[in-house]
Write a protein that binds this ligand. Structure first.
Ligand code: AMP
Length: 232
């Protein structure tokens, strides 16, 4: 399964990607996480990306495409992957298509998660993140078991530097301008699935699995068997 997740910040892409990845045994690749790791390790990319990220601006398409090209070539991504937060521009979507063609493969689906702006603002201001494993929590809707501590690794949760009201507003505006048009890009290719991201985590996951499943091509043996039985 090769899937990309589209949708505004705070709609739950990261949480859903982690759940779906665990369910299918494929990596959930968040470009935001990759960049935060580059910043922490003070790499050349990290030095360039840090200030842009803090303001909520996008990192350049060239840098992002190079990161993704390298990551998708790694062995754990060969059986499938979920891309969370990439592509964010048309140039990135076109670049991804080229990268996948080069790897002799293609996307199965692009999933668009949707929620109104007031829901996103409330979620992002209450969001707390684990700086080690990247797990996201929400103080109201999805609190950790022990206050302020990651359920998975016991690390103290942080409020991301770009989850301030000014940076949140800026990121949502950029999303509308640069990323939202990608829905049309994938709709035209017949690859778009739309999911209501306002529902509880388990309900969204269920809807996601059903949306992906109902579009999965039947194995040829099943099709042949059905044809021989005269059923659709
Ligand atoms: P996220 O964790 O997905 O909200 O990403 C955090 C920040 O990383 C974004 O606000 C951007 O500054 C940067 N970023 C992540 N993914 C991309 C991308 N595909 N293109 C450009 N910048 C990105």
């Amino acid at each position: 399964m090769r899937v990309i997740f589209l949708g505004p910040q705070g709609v739950g892409k990261g949480t859903q990607a982690a759940l779906l990845g665990a369910r299918f045994g494929i990596p959930a690749l968040s470009t935001g996480e990759m960049l935060r790791s580059e910043v922490k390790r003070e790499t050349e990319i990290g030095k360039k990306a840090g200030a842009l990220m803090k303001r909520g601006d996008l990192v350049s398409d060239d840098v992002m495409l190079a990161l993704i090209r390298n990551r998708l070539s790694e062995s754990d991504a060969q059986a499938g992957f979920i891309l969370d937060g990439f592509p964010r521009t048309t140039a990135q979507a076109e670049g991804l298509e080229g990268t996948l063609a080069h790897l002799n493969t293609r996307l199965n689906a692009a999933v668009l998660f949707k929620a109104p702006r007031d829901v996103l603002m409330a979620r992002l201001s209450g969001r707390r993140t684990c700086p080690r494993c990247g797990a996201n929590y929400n103080l109201v809707t999805h609190p950790p078991k022990a206050p302020g501590i990651c359920d998975h690794d016991g690390v103290e949760l942080i409020h991301r530097a770009d989850d301030t009201p000014a940076a949140i507003n800026h990121r949502l505006e950029l999303y509308e301008r640069q990323t939202a048009p990608l829905a049309e890009y994938y709709r035209k290719r017949g690859e778009l699935r739309e999911i209501d991201g306002t529902r509880p985590i388990e309900a969204v996951q269920q809807a996601l699995v059903e949306a992906l499943d109902s579009h999965r091509p039947a194995p040829s043996s099943v099709v042949a068997h059905r044809a021989s039985q005269g059923s659709a």
